[in-house]
Design a protein around this ligand. Structure first.
Ligand code: FAD
Length: 397
């Protein structure tokens, strides 16, 4: 009996194995992962693990022994290099093959790097894996000068963590404001203010022309010509989906592996979940890839139900969060700068929320230290209604 083979052994893959066994799936399950670790969750990489306050074991989806007890084979430190959909086999880098009845791509993303002079110098990092996190933590010293390139969620979380750890931090963002892809302007400005209040030099409209060094990084040169002395640089300018193997196998790929609402890809018995999966939103008229913990968890559960032949519940509105300093920003639905933002509460108190509308319809919510507002609005967005205008006046948990 061939069973389920998962390419990738990250968060979504681990959650899928758990959901399959919880759902009563009794055939073999195998995960192929090119990292040496069992599936782990990545959010702590820019927070507690980078700070050194969390233990790596706490980030594991399940303890290592769960996999042997549950009959889930882990092929770790191995890459899947070819898939034969018609023959039902996956080839590993050592040449051996695994047979499958269902194949799941859970291959995640690869961080983008800058194609500029000096980009290969020691001292320049990206952050996607536990190995990346350990390398950054080892290189960051109190008083060290860090330049973070990119003021997205990962870049700003790293900036906050290293700043609290005593580094001198500059953040460079090419756009006019941080987080414009994901958050309304007034929340983005609030987050920028958190960084500036703690002494982070956050510069917008700032692009990098070159990294300069003599065997290791010494400075980051802007397109304006200014050189910023630097001991360490983190490039956090986004990521690309790991969809090459799927494309080579003949699957429909469009900046991610195209799947339906049940996570089925374009060939029979092949599926994709997590950051690499592109799907059409059930609630909004758009196709997207969602790079979030919540989506990895949800799509793992959806894919397990598809394989088990179980009916799917109504799809949830996508939810995200970020922790920076003592602030947690949660957001759900469509929340970017193109929506009409309606403020609830006073940003000066450090706790407020924003309802996001398109053509008057509630499509998203952002809560800054306001979890209850997000929960209420999310339910309303899922139901297609509007929450009470005064929901922010109620007591928060
Ligand atoms: P991954 O967990 O990346 O797993 C994919 C795995 O597949 C990787 O190990 C990869 O190396 C492996 N792989 C790829 N190709 C092959 C191959 N051919 N053969 C074998 N293995 C292969 N989300 C939030 O909602 N909130 C947060 O606060 C948050 N913080 C984050 C902070 C950081 C630093 C990062 C990097 C991500 C964060 N995320 C956060 C996003 C969240 O972690 C991801 O959405 C989630 O990890 C996606 O899971 P995945 O299984 O799709 O991909």
């Amino acid at each position: 009996m061939a069973g389920v083979v998962v390419v990738g052994a990250g968060h979504a893959a681990g959650a899928l194995a758990v959901a399959l066994r919880d759902g009563g799936y009794a055939d073999p399950i195998a995960l192929i992962g090119d990292e040496p670790h069992p599936p782990y969750e990545r959010p702590p990489l820019s927070k507690g693990l980078l700070r050194g306050t969390d233990a790596f074991e706490g980030a594991l989806v399940r303890p290592r022994e769960w996999y042997s007890e549950a009959g889930v084979a882990l092929h770790l430190g191995r890459r899947a290099v070819a898939v034969d959909p018609a023959g039902g086999t996956v080839q590993l880098d050592g040449g051996d093959r695994l047979d499958f009845t269902n194949l799941v791509f859970a291959t995640g993303l690869t961080p983008l790097r800058l194609g500029i002079p000096g980009a290969g110098l020691p001292g320049i990092h990206v952050l996607r894996t536990w190995a990346d996190c350990q390398a950054i933590a080892a290189a960051a010293a109190p008083g060290g000068r860090v330049v973070v390139v990119g003021a997205g969620l990962v870049g700003l979380e790293v900036a906050a963590t290293l700043r609290v750890g005593g580094s001198t931090v500059t953040v460079l963002e090419a756009a006019p404001r941080p987080l414009a892809r994901v958050l309304p302007a007034l929340v983005a400005d609030h987050v920028a203010g958190l960084h500036r209040a703690r002494g982070v030099d956050l510069r917008c409209d700032a692009s990098v022309a070159a990294f300069v060094g003599d065997g290791r990084l010494r400075s980051v040169v802007l397109t304006s010509g200014q050189a910023l002395p630097a001991d360490l640089a983190i490039v956090a300018i986004g990521s690309a989906p790991n969809d090459r193997l799927a494309r080579a196998a003949g699957l429909e790929v469009r900046d991610g592996i195209v799947v339906d609402a049940g996570c089925r890809a374009s060939l029979p018995s092949i599926h994709a979940i997590g950051d690499v999966a592109r799907h059409r939103s059930a609630r909004f008229d758009r196709e997207w890839r969602l790079e979030s913990w919540h989506n990895a968890q949800e799509q793992a559960a959806t894919c397990a139900r598809t394989i088990l032949g179980v009916a799917q519940p109504r799809a949830k509105v996508p939810t995200f969060w970020t922790d920076q300093y003592d602030t947690t920003v949660q957001f759900a639905g469509l929340t970017n700068a193109t929506t009409e933002a309606e403020l609830q509460g006073d940003p000066a108190t450090g706790a407020f929320s924003v309802l996001c509308r398109l053509g008057g319809e509630l499509v998203g919510v952002v809560g800054v230290n306001r979890p209850k507002d997000v929960r209420q609005a999310r339910i309303a967005i899922e139901a297609g209604s509007s929450p009470s205008q005064n929901s922010h006046d109620r007591k928060q948990p």
